[in-house]
Design a protein around this ligand. Structure first.
Ligand code: SAH
Ligand code: SF4
Length: 391
């Protein structure tokens, strides 16, 4: 079924958007119209299994009920402000929400499957120095409707309604690796992911969902206990000094606490390992000494690495490590028994690669901030050069 153009909620819309309501809240909304709980199951099926965007499509509901629903509710999607497809087939959407705010969503296709990279916030409160989103101030958290809506738009775009069986989906996986820090918007992310995981709807299972965090330690356990999704940690440095320079959140939650949260992550095992993401920054975190320190740091955690060549963006103070340095770094990890693939950047020509997402709301002090960062980065570089010299 191809959905129609759908309803685009606007700031003046007063009707309730049914997308993004938990199952209990959907039942409660229908109960207000005098409907029994089983109606929620039918409506859920139409919205999340069939992809219906219009009540007239819900043909097993009476005409009378469909009319009532039309008066009180909408099935709303974000609007697509811009869509771009890369030469490597990566597709990026700039989504616009009812209040005019925007966030980006990316689909990264493999041969017959692929992952949708979903945003959790407009901007980010954190200021990781290598990340384009980090130069943008946090505008606001995305709502459950806006988070689920991003995936629904991707499905619209690839015609994947009704929900295909697992093996027949192009949009097979979800990574919470778009704009924002998902664990600083945990409640909305959790509501959205529970909707996405439900078997009788979108039905993307927890093993096909990965949540990436910069290391918001107090929420990590909840993520495992309540959602059970795969965990990825943006690690990027093996010691507090270097990590605090490039990821200021490390000052709040240093590596010792972060590593303990990983050890305690519910469901982590050799079969379901935690992914440590590691962005390769020239001269900053990419030496053999860093690799060896990394091995020590994670030695008792069931984990694998994902080495990400740094993706530059306009105005960045950093450079990507040389290919030879990345290969050597990866080899040290492999030799120590870790899986450590080097991620192939995707969608670079449309600024859709990791860390390149950003919309147009700038932090005013970004330029001055970068000047200071460069000085701090230089200090960290020197520190490691000295360490190298003593190894
Ligand atoms: N806020 C979350 C998820 C979004 S970022 C987090 O930080 O984990 C997704 C991944 O891209 C993170 O691992 C992030 O560190 C990485 N990243 C950010 N900027 C990058 C860049 N310019 N090049 C490569 N990877 C980058
Ligand atoms: Fe925010 Fe993640 Fe970018 Fe850091 S890397 S600024 S946490 S989006």
């Amino acid at each position: 079924m191809t959905p129609d153009s759908g309803h685009q909620p606007t700031a003046t819309e007063t009707r309730t958007n049914l997308v993004g309501l938990s199952r209990a809240d959907l039942a409660a909304a229908l109960a207000e119209l005098g409907e029994k709980p089983f109606r929620a199951k039918q409506v859920w099926h139409w919205i999340y299994h069939r992809g219906a965007t219009d009540f007239t499509a819900m043909t097993d509901l009476s005409k009378d009920l469909r009319g009532k629903m039309e008066n009180h509710f909408v099935v709303g999607r974000p609007t697509i402000a811009r869509e771009q497809t890369s030469t490597d087939r990566t597709r990026k959407w700039l989504m616009q929400f009812a209040d005019g705010q925007k966030a980006e969503t990316v689909f990264i296709p493999e041969d017959d499957r692929g992952a949708v990279c979903v945003s959790s916030q407009v901007g980010c409160t954190l200021t990781c120095r290598f990340c384009h989103t980090g130069t943008q101030r946090l505008v606001r958290n995305l709502t459950p409707a806006e988070i689920v809506g991003q995936f629904m738009i991707a499905r619209d775009s690839y015609g994947e309604w009704p929900t295909p069986t697992d093996e027949r989906r192009m949009l097979s996986n979800i990574v919470m690796m778009g704009m924002g820090e998902p664990l600083y918007n945990f409640d909305n992310v959790a509501t959205a992911l529970k909707i996405i995981m439900a078997d009788d709807g979108i039905a993307v299972g927890k093993r096909r969902i990965t949540l990436s965090t910069s290391g918001v330690v107090p929420e990590i356990h909840r993520c495992g206990a309540e959602l059970g999704v795969n965990l990825a940690i943006s690690l990027h440095a093996p010691d507090d000094d270097t990590r605090s320079v490039i990821m200021p959140i490390n000052k709040k939650y240093p590596l010792k606490e972060l590593m303990q949260a990983c050890r305690d992550y519910p469901g982590a095992s050799n079969a379901r390992r935690i992914t440590f993401e590691y962005v390769m920054l020239k001269g900053l975190n990419d030496s053999a000494a860093h690799a060896r320190a990394l091995i020590k740091l994670v030695k008792d955690i069931p984990c694998k690495f994902n080495l990400i060549p740094f993706n530059p963006w306009p105005g960045t103070p950093y450079e990507c490590s040389d290919a030879a340095a990345i290969d050597a770094f990866a080899q040290i990890l492999w030799d120590a028994g870790f899986t450590a693939p080097i991620r192939t950047p995707r969608g670079r020509d449309i600024l859709a690669a990791c860390g390149q997402l950003k919309t147009d709301s700038e932090k005013l002090s970004a330029k001055e901030q970068r000047g200071r960062d460069a000085a701090e980065a230089e200090t960290a570089k020197q520190m490691w050069a000295e360490k190298e010299a003593t190894v």
